[in-house]
Design a binder for this molecule. Structure first.
Ligand SMILES: CC(C)(COP(=O)(O)OP(=O)(O)OC[C@H]1O[C@@H](n2cnc3c(N)ncnc32)[C@H](O)[C@@H]1OP(=O)(O)O)[C@@H](O)C(=O)NCCC(=O)NCCS
Length: 345
């Protein structure tokens, strides 16, 4: 370009009017760990665990159930339910806090495994990862940079657990959930309400911290640490406001929802949110945590599958998703539940 010549206009891609969840697939590890088994590892009781968390059992992945195996299984279920192939996927967004690989990312490996020729991006926003990734997928489809986005939340939380820590080890489980996001004339994903509370980072972290490792000040296996009461207080005081923000942004009232599908951390947190948001009893409240534990980024798609499988809500019904956890971070949006889904075996 010579001096004085007008800068050529950058052409931008035309996007879709809206985006929607075309389909859902999940993977639940085969090993069920009930509270009786947990109590062989820590000094606790089934009654205490259920009273404090609602959890009766959780799924723990075996050595053959790697992050990639679980993510690929859930993805193939979602692709099949949508009638699509891996080659139809323009972008793979994989969200996890347990991949432990800076490069290649689990997203790269998943993109190759399903035969997509598209982009691949791993995102980590801990337990808030799924609604964060969904927001990016929605914007990619509406912005014209992708037609079909595969969004996968997958975790092996057991790789992070200190099995002697009775404040954390009974809470978490493993699994994967995947959705295909595609174009729609009628929007099926509402505006995201997202935020970060980095000043409270110490409430939930993984030690040794990466900065310490990089500076050579710490080594050792990564272990999850949590100040349970701090996380609890934050979630019950701030997350109802975040849920309301997502409802307001979508122009939807609580009583117009069919389902509330928050991150499955703990039934006490979920019950407090329902109460503070004054959601009417007709709104189905997902409680998959009772059988699955807290699976971090995988928990919202797993909980959507449970609600649909039970027939408590139907594909296309409106649901409020609220993800929250480590960071501390949160993200929430109103969605139409996936149009098609493959129930877990
Ligand atoms: C983890 C959690 C269930 C612990 O419950 P709590 O009421 O805060 O428990 P505390 O740590 O205050 O301990 C209370 C008592 O229970 C005991 N206790 C702790 N863990 C126990 C266990 N697994 N079994 C039995 N007793 C236990 C403590 O020793 C303490 O006993 P004391 O009163 O005699 O000293 C709760 O803090 C919580 O749900 N936090 C949110 C965690 C979460 O969801 N995080 C993920 C967000 S993504």
């Amino acid at each position: 370009m010579s001096a004085g010549e007008a800068r050529p206009e950058i052409r931008i891609a035309p996007g879709a009017a809206g985006s929607t969840l075309l389909s859902l697939g999940v993977y639940r590890p085969s090993r069920v760990v009930d509270n009786a088994e947990i109590c062989t590892m820590i000094d606790s009781t089934d009654e205490w665990i259920q009273q404090r968390s609602g959890i009766r059992e959780r799924r723990w992945a075996g050595p053959d159930e790697s992050l990639l195996v679980m993510a690929e299984h859930a993805s193939r279920q979602a692709l099949g339910a949508a009638g699509l192939q891996g080659s139809d996927i323009d972008l793979v967004l994989l969200t996890t806090m347990t991949s432990f690989s800076t490069t290649p990312t689990a997203a790269n490996l998943l993109q190759a495994a399903i035969g997509s020729q598209g982009g691949a991006l791993e995102m980590n926003s801990a337990c808030a990862g799924f609604p964060y990734a969904l927001a990016v997928a929605d914007q990619a489809v509406r912005g014209g940079s992708a037609r079909h986005v595969l969004v996968v939340g997958v975790e092996r939380m057991t790789d992070l657990l200190d099995l002697s820590d009775r404040g954390t080890m009974f809470l978490f489980g493993d699994g994967a959930g995947a959705v295909v996001v595609g174009p729609s004339d009628s929007p099926g994903i509402g505006p995201v309400a997202w935020g970060s509370w980095g000043e409270q980072a110490e409430a939930l972290d993984v030690a040794p911290l990466l900065g310490d490792v990089v500076r050579g000040e710490a080594t050792g296996d990564p272990v999850l640490r949590m100040k349970g009461q701090s996380v609890f207080r934050w979630a019950v005081t701030e997350m109802p406001r975040v849920g309301q923000q997502a409802l307001d942004a979508a122009g939807v009232k609580g009583e117009q929802l069919a389902a509330f599908v928050p991150h499955q951390a703990n039934t006490r947190i979920i019950d407090a949110m329902v109460k503070a948001m004054a959601l009417p009893p007709e709104v189905v409240v997902a409680d998959d945590v009772r059988w699955t534990g807290n699976t971090s980024a995988a928990s919202i798609p797993l909980a959507m599958e449970h609600v649909l499988r039970d027939g408590k809500a139907a594909p296309g019904d409106l649901a409020l998703l609220v993800g929250f956890g480590g960071g501390l971070s949160h993200a929430a949006q109103v969605v139409a539940l996936p149009a098609a889904y493959a129930p877990a075996p």
